[in-house]
Design a protein around this ligand. Structure first.
Ligand SMILES: [Zn+2]
Length: 437
């Protein structure tokens, strides 16, 4: 039949006459087929290592389920989810939330059913995939909108634990997702507890030394074991929710200064290998995904450029290259530049066009930008709240002695127009146009 999606789809139609047809309607069968093909295809192309199969034991094994259109299968009608003979009404009063009320007023494209396990309880949520743009929250205290859109070109340098944000009129160096703290000790304790329970429940799977016997998989579990599993899952779920909130806040903060963002294209795989746990907790790639989505919605976007051709952490705009070790946090050059490395490479990133650093522009704007970056560096090293523990070494030590920082007055700042990135020029004009209307 061939290894194509349509072939699998045809096969799915033939097997649909079996027990599957009693549980899954044709439209949802099609989207499940599409997902299954996507998974196997990724495996075939070497982009995935393993495919997990879902058994026939029921929906609880599936994380989400969606229709293809709003015409058949899962439907949302009169504030209730309809699926065959099942009708599930919306939670009472849910539409008092302005975001939900706004969503309900839009045209629905299709409905997705999502499973979440919260505090050990399995809950299903209906996600309405709507047409149009998301609601912008209004806050009369801070201006018309709670999250304003800035118009600067900004550059980010995202490290495993720090983020440097450099725009035309502001710069910032801060810890990345520092608020998301993983309780390693508690997780380890629960994992060990779970391991002991699994061994006690499946004595046949382990030999006298306590080693797992190849080919034997633990299948038995007790009520207590499931409780431990639920507690562990809850810890991870809360951490993930916390991380997502934090990422969203930082993205709004960045976009408030400028929605045209440039950053290095990082190999997050390499990142993961190097800093495994730190990356798992902070998830910089997730941040970038959230940021791109929000920036595009605002009318801007994120441009990721190639690190091989730019190598921003090693170059200086005077033309010299300084290969640095990771532990060297300060960029010092013969031409007189001394700057925290992440701030400096974010500064340079602002002047990258078409995967190449525009050295002349970066050099011309430096005298104006230096005080800004210096202030950011100083603030990062001095304004560390004691509650958050010690300052990360990645900030580098701010040079003591007579302050070299000038003023951060507006007139010393570079002309924002000179710093405009070419790819953003059109989008910026469009944004200005919209602001006039
Ligand atoms: Zn230099």
């Amino acid at each position: 039949m061939g290894f194509t999606e349509s072939a699998l789809s045809r096969y799915a139609t033939t097997i649909h006459a079996s027990w599957i047809g009693d549980h899954v309607d044709a439209v949802i069968g099609q989207t499940l087929t599409r997902r299954a093909f996507g998974a196997v295809n990724r495996l075939a192309l070497g982009r995935a290592h393993q495919v997990r199969f879902k058994g026939r034991r029921g929906l609880h094994q599936i994380g989400s389920l969606e229709g293809k259109s709003h015409a058949a299968g899962l439907r949302w009608r009169e504030r209730a989810l309809h699926w065959g003979s099942v009708v599930l009404p919306m939670v009472k009063g849910a539409d008092k939330d302005p975001v939900i009320a706004y969503g309900l007023s839009q045209r629905i494209k299709y409905v997705r059913l999502v499973r979440r396990t919260i505090k050990g309880r399995c809950l299903w949520f209906a996600q309405l995939v709507c047409e149009g743009v998301p609601l912008r929250k209004i806050d009369p205290n801070t201006g018309p909108f709670r999250h304003p859109y800035g118009s600067e070109v900004q550059a980010l340098d995202i490290g495993p634990s720090t983020i440097a944000i450099v725009g035309e009129t502001q710069a910032e160096l801060r810890q990345f997702a520092a608020e998301v703290v993983r309780d390693h000790a508690h997780i380890r304790q629960l994992q060990r507890h779970l391991d002991r329970q699994r061994r006690a429940n499946n004595p046949d799977c382990y030999d006298d030394q306590g080693c797992a016997i190849p080919g034997k998989h633990p299948t038995q579990s007790s009520r207590h074991q499931r409780q431990t599993e639920a507690r562990l899952a809850e810890l991870y779920r809360r951490e993930a929710a916390h991380r997502k909130t934090w990422h969203g806040q930082l993205a709004n903060h960045v976009i408030a200064h400028g929605m045209f963002i440039k950053t290095e294209k990082l190999s997050y795989k390499a990142f993961q290998k190097r800093y495994g746990q730190s990356i798992a907790v902070r998830a910089p790639k997730l941040f970038l995904t959230i940021l791109s989505r929000k920036a595009e919605r605002a009318g801007g976007g994120v441009i990721e450029f190639n690190t091989r051709t730019t190598a921003l952490s090693q170059v200086c705009f005077c033309g010299q290259k300084h290969k640095k070790r990771l532990s060297e946090r300060v960029h010092t050059c013969d031409c007189g530049v001394t700057m925290q490395r992440d701030l400096f490479s974010a500064y340079l990133a602002r002047f990258v066009e078409d995967d190449a650093l525009q050295v002349a522009k970066a050099s011309v704007s430096w005298p104006g930008a230096e005080p800004l970056l210096r202030t950011a560096w100083q603030q990062a090293t001095h304004n560390q709240p004691a509650s958050r523990g010690r300052m990360p070494s990645s900030f580098g030590r701010y040079p003591s002695g007579p302050s070299q920082s000038g003023s951060s007055e507006k007139e010393t700042l570079p002309d924002p127009k000179a710093a405009d990135g070419v790819p953003f020029a059109q989008a910026k004009a469009r944004a200005a146009e919209r602001a006039k209307v």
